[in-house]
Ligand binder design. Structure first.
Ligand code: A3P
Ligand code: MG
Ligand code: MG
Length: 381
């Protein structure tokens, strides 16, 4: 509530006069050279099965198997199975960092290899790739705000998202048309992925959104070391870059475009999210399936993640990758300055709404505490 927010803000200002209370998001402030970003390295993998159960292996990894000639009209019917072959993950269940923490707990010896300065896991931050994607696109986002909870535990800052009120309402009142579009995004994966490296896709099965394959990535942005995980759609067994994460392919669907103006708008508003999502973990290619009005795929297009900045450079009022990355580095610096008490029950909740700077509130032993007891114990023994 307002009073508690005010109080906590004043307290933290007293404790350190140099700690700023908010972080501006204005793009021009971050329009500087591209910051250092170390080549992302895969340090682990895990899978979630059809019942959303964790497995510390790559059993859910699928293999990219595009139609023989990339080009117009593969004719995939993305609506097929929506009524009768669709099992949806229960989105009202908050998972938090759970599965990633499970991977960390099981692999902590590997991470501790070079333990230093009281930092058990040898990383400044642990989070989901999807949370960082939202941070990257913040300077340009006009619609959706976010809430990111942060706790410092044994020298590492954990970042876990909480759903905003407005996101919850949108999810609960999602129109039928949008539900079907969401299904179509997943269905596309079934038309271009096989279960084995030399297999062919079988689009007759059930689409189950509980299933997923996740990569665990270590990298560095400026002065911040990062450990994050992200869901990966498939790997290309014939990729020119055979090693993960470069061999991974991100699959996307989008409405077919007919004019240069439509393409320009697609680059401005959609490509930023596609780029941020794949650039962070070093996924080198994005394959777009273009949807016709009847829900069939009328064409495929492959984007190389590292070449996207060349596509958007021609439009001077478009988003800039450097702004996204510099803002992310600034946000992580802000978090480091604000969150200094090592305590898994203490949460700083960073909040952002379009048109405002990033602000935060402080919560002790509240409903925002997100590091589970089993995890705290697993890393304390
Ligand atoms: P699209 O790829 O066509 O957007 P991802 O692309 O990240 O692998 O996600 C696969 C699909 O999940 C998406 O297909 C979309 O249908 C659905 N999806 C992902 N994020 C979503 C979100 N925030 N809201 C609704 N649906 C989402
Ligand atoms: Mg995916
Ligand atoms: Mg995808």
């Amino acid at each position: 509530d307002e009073d508690a927010r005010e109080e906590s803000a004043v307290k933290s200002q007293r404790s350190n006069a140099k700690t700023p209370l908010t972080l501006p998001i204005t793009p021009s402030r971050y329009d500087a050279p591209f910051p250092f970003y170390r080549r992302p390295a895969e340090v682990g993998r895990f899978s979630l099965d059809s019942q959303r159960c964790y497995h510390g292996d790559a059993r859910q990894l699928r293999y990219y198997a595009p139609p023989p000639t990339e080009g117009p009209s593969p004719g995939f019917d993305l609506r097929d199975g929506y009524r009768d072959r669709y099992v949806q993950r229960d989105e009202s269940i908050r998972e938090g960092l759970e599965h990633l923490l499970q991977w960390i707990a099981q692999n902590q010896k590997q991470l501790q290899a070079a333990e230093e300065k009281g930092q058990l896991l040898n990383t400044d931050f642990v989070t989901w790739r999807g949370h960082l994607t939202k941070v990257l696109t913040t300077p340009y986002e006009k619609q959706d705000g976010w809430l990111l909870a942060v706790s410092l535990f044994r020298g590492t800052l954990y970042i876990s998202e909480f759903e905003t009120e407005s996101a919850r309402k949108q999810r609960e009142q999602r129109p039928e048309l949008l539900k079907e579009l969401t299904y179509m995004g997943y269905k596309f994966e079934h038309y271009v992925c096989a279960d084995t490296p030399d297999g062919i896709p079988d689009p007759t099965g059930v689409v189950n959104t509980n299933e997923g394959f996740c990569t665990v990535i270590r990298t560095r942005l400026g002065t911040h070391s990062l450990l994050f995980s992200g869901e990966v759609d498939c790997t290309d067994p014939r990729s020119p870059w055979p090693d993960p994460p470069s061999c991974y392919v991100e699959l996307k669907t989008s409405k077919v475009m007919h004019s240069p103006a439509q393409r320009k708008s697609f680059y401005r508003h959609k490509m930023i999210k596609w780029w941020a999502q794949s650039f962070l973990p070093g996924v080198s290619r994005i394959v777009a399936g273009y949807r016709g009005p009847d829900g069939s795929v009328v064409g495929l297009e492959t984007f190389e993640t590292m070449k996207i900045f060349q596509l958007i450079r021609e439009d001077p009022s478009c988003w800039k990758p450097a702004v996204c990355m510099n803002f992310c580095a600034a946000f992580l610096s802000f978090v480091k300055k604000v969150v200094t008490e090592d305590n898994p029950k203490l949460v700083h909740l960073f909040a952002w709404e379009p048109g405002h700077p990033v602000s935060f509130t402080v919560h002790r032993d509240s409903e925002y505490t997100f590091l589970p007891d089993w995890y705290v114990e697993a890393l304390s023994s």
